[in-house]
Design a protein around this ligand. Structure first.
Ligand code: PBG
Length: 326
């Protein structure tokens, strides 16, 4: 045989021996939607296979995921009422705060809880920050995000994930957490978050689409790559412990470059649209859901991600347990 790499592919044991990318259920984060109210467990039409829970039923969703082998969760809250300032986000009795207390009571440290810190689900206008004079006011938003992060920590969050893309968020949140005695709570920052059409099904699920305009003044332009690296460096300088690149598959280049340059863990967020595309194409028989899911997930790790946030966390944990990937 001529020189090549075929000889390393001739046998399953050998193929596994020489795998360059190793995947573990420990590296998966499962996003969950929690709606204010009680007794809720409803399937999300825009995200088939995903449910929306209320604070009193969410333990069920966590339990199923833990049994499947996913141990970390990213929690999104959907309040009953919204207002201009998104006050529900930092309410100690808000939907996420209630859910955190309930989940911690039921599972203790068996479930690792990360909270999304943003205003868009809580504001009537659907923007991620305060609106002043028709535009998002970056600096006026920071105290609200900080208060929200502190309130989450007080209610039991293990980690906070600010996602509003306001400049200076990580520094503000870090200072607030430290001042309130939460020095040990890490920040997973949405450092490189593009203004992406792939968030569509999420906004449908969370009721968080902007009522006017778009998010292009604070989320990034997908024509830019160096800017993502700059934002990542800024967030690390401000004290981020983990950085998120989002969406994942359209940003494998960013994940790859960042993984070579920075010395902190990188999380790829495989967003709602990535999940929905696989689901929809599979439902029509165009692609095989299981294998497409496995390949897409491994690609994010191969690019250099240490963590994958994905709506397929349960199924992927199962695939890892079965030995199909990993
Ligand atoms: C909140 C937030 C969004 C997502 C995560 N956090 C929506 C947005 O920025 O519009 C999207 C996640 C997904 O699509 O799965 N700002």
């Amino acid at each position: 045989m001529k020189t090549g790499t075929r000889r390393l592919r001739g046998n399953e044991t050998l193929r596994r021996m020489v795998r360059e990318t190793r995947v573990s259920g420990d590296s998966l984060v499962y996003p969950l939607f929690i709606r204010e109210g009680s007794g809720i467990e409803e399937e999300l039409p825009s995200l088939p296979g995903q449910a929306r829970y209320s604070p009193d039923t969410v333990a069920k969703g966590i339990d199923t995921a833990l049994n499947a082998g996913a141990r970390s969760f990213l929690l999104f809250g959907i309040p009953e009422t919204k207002d201009e300032r998104g006050s529900g986000a930092c309410d100690d009795d808000g939907v996420i705060q209630q859910a955190l207390r309930n989940i911690k009571r039921a599972f203790g440290d068996a479930a690792y809880l990360i909270t999304d810190v943003c205003l868009c689900e809580y504001t009537t206008h659907g923007h991620c920050g305060l609106i002043r004079g028709g535009a998002v006011d970056n600096d006026a938003t920071l105290p609200l995000l900080s208060r929200t992060a502190v309130s989450h920590a007080r209610s039991g969050a293990d980690m906070v994930a600010p996602s509003a893309m306001m400049d200076g968020t990580v520094a503000a949140v870090r200072a607030a957490l430290d001042a309130e005695g939460f020095k040990g709570i890490p920040i997973m920052s949405y450092a490189a978050k593009y203004a992406s059409a792939f968030y569509g099904p999420f906004r449908e699920a969370a009721g968080s689409a902007p009522r006017f305009g778009d998010r292009k003044t604070y989320q990034m332009d997908y024509h830019n790559g160096k800017e993502a690296l700059k934002r990542i460096e800024i967030d690390i300088g401000e004290g981020a412990d983990i950085v998120i690149v989002k969406p994942a598959l359209p940003c494998l280049d960013i994940i790859h470059t960042a993984s070579q340059r920075i010395k902190l863990p990188i999380a790829g967020y495989s967003v709602s649209g990535e999940y929905a595309m696989i689901k929809a194409a599979a439902a029509r028989g165009f692609i095989d859901e299981y294998n497409t899911m496995c390949e897409s997930a491994v690609a994010v790790f191969r690019a250099g991600a240490d963590i994958l946030i994905t709506y397929f966390a349960k199924e992927l944990a199962g695939a890892i347990r079965k030995g199909d990937i990993g």
